[in-house]
Write a protein that binds this ligand. Structure first.
Ligand code: ADP
Length: 427
């Protein structure tokens, strides 16, 4: 068992490529920490620096309270499982799992016992005498896991171990990894770009983008109380509704979010009201998950949006409705890219989205093309002016219907134009 502390760790690859930027993060003894983020955000680089396979350019790595920057990989007592579970093709399953113990010259009867025990836990005891070439992808990953666990490392590092498997096998192995790692109590750092894996496996999730740590917290903290619009959008199985609103405080009676054709009001007693009111006269971004909107009757007088149903989508376990309601939706703001030390003609220090919003609101026009609003916004873009509503398993509307949706005000997430939470979460 081991604790891991990363203190302002930076990785610059040859060619001056900044892959990880001053990242500070820790994993407690016995914790299952998931590194989540889009492809290329620096997750594997971080994991490889912890393993000692990649040099740390700046900053410190502490393993169990010991400065580990310059320790050789074998001195770190870590085991790593990769995406493709590379195995020795000419060794049997038994030979593969036993290998780390054999080179450590362990007692053969102990090796036999340990391999048998582990192969049972991993449900591969029937394959012990087979070669890797005759195994399924799922079985190969189990063997790779067995080989990593067998010598009971202090720290377990996994780099997308399930991403080459089909959906059914992923779910099965995911549950088994969770059970096995927890029963061993080994500190685990697990890299994935799959939010479901992150939510289901993690004690805590650290979200990265462009080499920068965006947020870290328990799955529930990150999902319900994300630090930025990027995090909210990334950790969302449906696309996030992200709407631009002007803040008003008419006669100081309440705080109003003015979406043009629609308005939502928050009483001063709302814990977010004061922070939002600091932006009176300015614009903010309002994030709404599709499941915080509910179809309501025409007569409903609570906080709501209205519009026309453009289309409905069947997702098996639920329906989604896309409502046209005349609100300009905006792309998810990405934090500034530390790799691009330039402003692209925008005001110095101003993000791309802030510049866009400034132009948008100053001209009162929507941007002309998706290219202009959508650059580098990853998975967060959704069609302009559509409000996505989760309907559950009954499609209460048909395309073309007039529709009204109630808004769960407690679940509004309010961000600055650069995507930071106006009421930053406490962790
Ligand atoms: P992730 O695991 O999140 O997909 P990586 O850590 O593999 O991301 O890569 C982060 C960034 O660093 C990527 O843009 C990748 O192209 C770059 N990168 C990774 N390895 C090297 C390398 N050996 N040399 C140069 N750039 C690299």
């Amino acid at each position: 068992m081991s604790s891991v502390v990363l203190d302002k760790v930076t990785k610059v690859y040859p060619g001056d490529y900044l892959a990880v930027d001053r990242l500070s993060l820790s994993a407690e003894d016995g914790e299952f920490l998931v590194l989540l983020g889009p492809s290329g955000c620096g997750k594997s680089t971080l994991l490889r620096m912890i393993a000692g396979l990649e040099e740390i350019t700046e900053g410190d790595l502490w393993l169990d309270g010991q400065l580990a920057n310059h320790l050789a990989p074998r001195e770190r007592d870590v085991a790593m499982v990769f995406q493709n579970g590379a195995l020795y093709p000419h060794r049997t399953v038994r030979g593969n799992i036993a290998f780390p113990l054999e080179i450590a010259k362990s007692d053969p009867s102990m090796v036999r016992e340990r391999v048998t025990e582990l192969s049972k836990a991993l449900h591969i005891d029937e394959t012990l005498d087979r070669r890797p070439g005759t195994l399924s992808g799922g079985q190969r990953q189990r063997v790779a896991m067995g080989r990593a666990i067998v010598r009971q490392p202090k720290l377990f590092l996994m780099d997308e171990p399930l991403s080459n498997l089909d959906a059914g096998m992923r779910t099965e192995l995911r549950m088994e990894i969770s059970a096995l790692v927890r029963s061993l109590g080994v500190t685990t750092i697990y890299v994935t770009h799959d939010q479901v894996e992150a939510l289901t496996l993690a004690d805590r999730i650290a979200i990265l983008n462009r080499g920068v740590l965006q947020d870290v917290g328990t799955p529930a903290q990150i999902y319900n109380d994300p630090a930025t619009a990027f995090v909210a959008a990334f950790l969302n199985s449906q696309q996030l509704n992200l709407l631009a609103a002007t803040v008003r405080t008419p006669q100081n009676q309440y705080v109003m979010l003015d979406f043009g054709p629609h308005r939502l009001t928050l009483p001063w007693s709302d814990p977010r009201a004061y922070a939002i009111s600091q932006h009176t006269g300015g614009q903010v971004l309002v994030g709404l998950r599709p499941d915080s909107l509910t179809p309501v009757p025409e007569s409903f007088e609570g906080p709501s949006f209205y519009g026309r149903v453009r289309t409905l989508e069947y997702h098996g376990h639920e329906w989604l409705a896309y409502l046209e309601c005349g609100v300009p939706a905006v792309p998810v703001p990405e934090p500034p890219d530390p790799r691009l030390n330039r402003t692209n003609g925008e005001h110095a220090g101003e993000g791309k989205l802030t510049a866009l919003m400034r132009r948008l609101f100053s001209s009162q026009e929507e941007p002309q093309d998706q290219e202009q609003v959508g650059q580098n916004t990853g998975s967060g873009i959704h069609r302009r002016s559509d409000l996505i509503v989760r309907l559950g398993n009954r499609p209460v509307w048909r395309a073309g219907d007039a529709a009204k949706v109630g808004v769960d005000l407690a679940r509004l997430m309010i961000f600055t134009l650069d995507g930071a939470r106006i009421d930053p979460p406490r962790r």
